[in-house]
Every structure is written in C-alpha cells, then in structure tokens.
Design a protein around this ligand. Structure first.
Ligand SMILES: Cc1cc2nc3c(=O)[nH]c(=O)nc-3n(C[C@H](O)[C@H](O)[C@H](O)COP(=O)(O)OP(=O)(O)OC[C@H]3O[C@@H](n4cnc5c(N)ncnc54)[C@H](O)[C@@H]3O)c2cc1C
Length: 434
C-alpha cells in the first residue's frame, strides 16, 4: 500500500485507487489514472448496461475538445451544434395564424448537443472490462489507521484503497458519508422528458441549430436536436430531445405525490408512466406549447419524469476520500451542463494528481479549485430555476427589450458556458435581436 508519495515518481505510480460509480465521470477518470501508473478498480451499483439509457445532453465545447485531445472519446463522436436559444410565445393580437408562435428573443449560445448513451459508450470503451465491476453497491467507508480507505459493499467482501473517488452521482453514498448532515435538496417542480426520432415529426428547419424555449404559466418547455445512436447527426435521422418543467402549484398531477412540505422527490423512469400520466403530459403540451412541440410529445411512447434535486458539498475531500461530478455538486438541470461540469472535475483532479508531488496537496488544490466553481454552478442552477420556473415573468407580455432586462437580472456577472463560450467565430455572435 502506497501512502506517502515518492518524489522521484508521479503520485499515481502504483497508487491503489477505488472509484465508486461507473458512469461518465468514472469512465473519463479511469483511463487517465491507468496511464499515470495507478491500479484502478471501478465499482458500479447497477447490473445493467448504462449505455441503453439516457437522452440528450448539452455539452461544453471546450470540454469535448479537451477529451478529444486526451484521447478519452472518439474523434468522430457525433454532435449537433447549437448556436441559438430562442424564446417564443403566442402573439394573441396577431392576425396571421402562422405567426402565432413568433420568436420574441434570440440569444447566441454555444454548446454541442450529444446523446448520453453515445458519449458514455465512447468513454466506456477505453476502460478495460477487467477493472469494471457491476453490481457492487458501496454502502459504507472506513478510514484505516494508516489513512487508507476501506469500501464496504452491500453483498461483496470489503476492499481497501490508498484513495477512493466517489463518482456516484446525484444520490451519492460518498456525499452522505462525508457530509452526513447535508440533505439532498428538492424543489416544488419536476421535469417531463422524452426523445423521438426526427423522422417521426421533424422540427421546423429554421430550428436545426436552435434550442427553442416556450414560457407557460407553470414554467417552460424546450426542444432541440441531438444525435441518434444509430445515425449520428445526419439530418433527417437525428433525435428530438424535449422537456418541460412543471410546478406542482396545488395542481393534481396524476401519479405525482409531493412530500408533506410540497417537494417532489420521486420521478418515473421511461416506461413507468401510466396511461393517465401520459395523457396528462400530452394534454399540457397541447394546451400550452406550439403544435410542432405538442406533436413531438404526442409521438413519444415513454415520456418520463425527472425530479429536480440539488446538493452542494461544502468539501470535496476528506482524508483519502474525494467526491467528483454530481456526487460533489448537483446543480438543478437548467444549467444544461451537469455532465460537462463532472468531466471538468475529472480533468482538474487528474491534472492535480499528475502535477503535484504530494497526494494530500493534490487533493487539497483540486478541492480549492473546483469547490469554488461548484458553488457558483450550484447557485446558477438555483437562480435559473427561480426565474424560469418558480417565479417566472408574465411570458405573454415579454418582448425583446424586457427579455434583455430580465436576462441581465437573472445572469448578473455569473459565468455560464452556454453564453461565455460564444466567441468571434460564432455564426450569430453579433445577432441577438429578434
Ligand atoms: C444511466 C444514466 C443516464 C443518464 N442520462 C442522462 C441524460 O440523458 N441527460 C442528462 O442530462 N443527464 C443524464 N444523466 C445524468 C448525468 O450523466 C450526470 O448528471 C452527470 O454526467 C454527472 O455524472 P456522474 O458520473 O458524476 O454521475 P452519474 O452519471 O449520475 O453516475 C453515477 C453512477 O454511480 C452509480 N452509483 C450510485 N450510487 C452507487 C453506490 N452506492 N455504489 C456504486 N455505484 C453507485 C450509479 O448507478 C451511476 O451509474 C444520466 C445518468 C445516468 C447514470
């Protein structure tokens, strides 16, 4: 067991590392740790294939470029570039029925739309099967006298490591063990989600590079193209990723039972929605959103529900146990960047582990760097949730100018990669007017 670091070798050389969770963060991390000479083992709770799951993801372009540079994903990983965010609404005074869903605000943004399963597969194939153990649920950790960390599993024998990295996502056992008093926060709204093949009900051609938003009294909906696992980003064969947030707002939503304080804590996985729930979801889409959106919802066989949760760990590191990705900070999904943040955590952790000469200094510097950013991302998610769902403006009276003021108030001087990665090469960088 190697607990003090050898100044002539990198920290990673011979270090025995256990990773809890086997999703995006773990599969990006493991190949780089192996390249540094570490012994790595991944313990994933699920016994199934993660690549069969997932819908669309908004990914930070610079993070994808870095993953390419480090050969962590395929060079030809398909994506759909998204360059604009539009807000549209009905213009009740319009005489032109074609003009009912007019765009009143356009904002240049920059991200690549990916498919979760496709990204996962590309990362996972660089992880040797011999180090990836499914059906291993970590339930407890124990700090040994020499600083090593023992993982206890639900069914298997315990295993001891020099360093344990918790990449175990939104319900993180690691976060619970490191911060027993930190509760997983919930909200009084939730997200309907789904995805269909483009050919079933294509979006209007002008929205090919756009994420289109629609405000409504219970929040907002959005829709954009993502690549398909079979056909990549070939026009005509992409997938359509849609979602809408819905506040509970004293409504009776079939199958949604908030806790006694009104917070929604449980969702529905694809295929689990009852007929009444599917019909309810379709009826909301038909009533409040443009026909092309409600048709997409109507054709979705298995819409599902994601609760909107949040958690911000005060520390990422305790001794030789460390949190990354959603385990460290879970932001509300409005940031469209949970995966990008998780992968940036991974890149930062590896840079510190390969750039410093002491494991403790590396972990401490990683925490200093990422926890500040994590807190900012957490606060951004909460602010977007407040202004886009919990306390929305009256969307029906918004116009270009009021949206500009509204957005200034929402974003302030916060960093958000969707807008901060808009540069001079962006196709609409000077075009923010409707
Ligand atoms: C199957 C799957 C599909 C997803 N699809 C989407 C999507 O389509 N769009 C989107 O925006 N986001 C999706 N997400 C969430 C998104 O990937 C994460 O928010 C983000 O990438 C952070 O990744 P992560 O690796 O930190 O955590 P996650 O991706 O959440 O992975 C955590 C992993 O840890 C495992 N785990 C949890 N507890 C334990 C334990 N005690 N012991 C061992 N293993 C444990 C989980 O099974 C999971 O595989 C998905 C996550 C998963 C797991």
């Amino acid at each position: 067991m190697k607990l003090s670091t050898d100044r002539n070798k990198g920290i990673l050389e011979g270090l025995n590392i256990g990773i809890v969770g086997g999703s995006l963060s773990a599969c990006a991390l493991a190949p780089m740790l192996l390249r540094g000479g570490a012994h790595v083992t991944i313990f994933e709770r699920s016994s199934g294939n993660l690549d069969d799951r997932g819908v669309g993801l908004a990914m930070k372009i610079s993070t994808l470029a870095e993953l390419h540079r480090r050969d962590l994903i395929d060079q030809d990983l398909p994506y759909v570039p998204i360059w604009l965010r539009t807000f549209s609404r009905t213009h009740k005074t319009s005489q032109d029925s074609q003009d009912l869903w007019r765009t009143y605000w356009r904002q240049p943004v920059a991200f690549h739309a990916n498919h979760w399963g496709v990204l996962f597969k590309s990362l996972r194939k660089r992880v040797p099967d011999s180090i990836y153990f499914k059906n291993y649920e970590t339930v407890r950790i124990e700090e040994e006298r020499n600083g090593a960390v023992t993982l206890h599993f639900l069914e298997q024998e315990p295993k001891t490591f020099d360093l344990v990295i918790f990449a175990d996502g939104y319900e993180s056992t690691g976060r619970r063990l490191l911060h027993p008093n930190l509760a997983l926060g919930a909200t009084k709204y939730f997200l309907w989600r789904g995805m269909i093949d483009e050919w079933e009900s294509p979006l209007p051609a002008k929205y090919a590079d756009t994420i289109s938003y629609f405000g409504y009294p219970f929040g907002h909906g959005f829709v954009y193209y993502v690549p398909s696992p079979e056909h990549g980003s070939t026009p005509g064969k992409r997938r359509i990723n849609w979602a809408f947030h819905e506040t509970i707002a004293d409504k009776d939503v079939p199958g949604i039972v908030p806790d006694e304080d009104g917070y929604v804590r449980t969702g529905l996985s694809p295929g689990a929605a009852s007929k009444a729930q599917v019909q309810y979801c379709q009826a909301i889409a038909k009533k409040y959103f443009p026909p092309y959106f409600s048709e997409v919802v109507e054709r979705t066989q298995q819409p599902f529900i994601q609760p909107v949760m949040e958690a911000c760990s005060p520390n990422y590191v305790k001794g030789r146990a460390c949190l990354i990705g959603d385990a460290a900070v879970l932001s509300r999904p409005h940031i469209g960047g949970g995966a990008g943040k998780a992968l940036d955590d991974v890149l930062s952790l590896v840079d510190h582990l390969t750039g410093e000469t002491s494991l403790d200094v590396a972990l401490s510097n990683f925490e200093k760097e990422r926890s500040v950013f994590g807190k900012e991302v957490f606060e951004l998610g909460a602010a977007l949730g407040k202004h886009l769902v919990e306390a929305t403006p009256d969307w029906d009276v918004m116009d270009h100018q009021s949206m500009e003021h509204w957005w200034e108030k929402v974003i302030g001087d916060r960093y958000w990669f969707w807008i901060n990665e808009v540069d001079s090469t962006h196709p609409y960088s000077t075009d923010s007017k409707s």
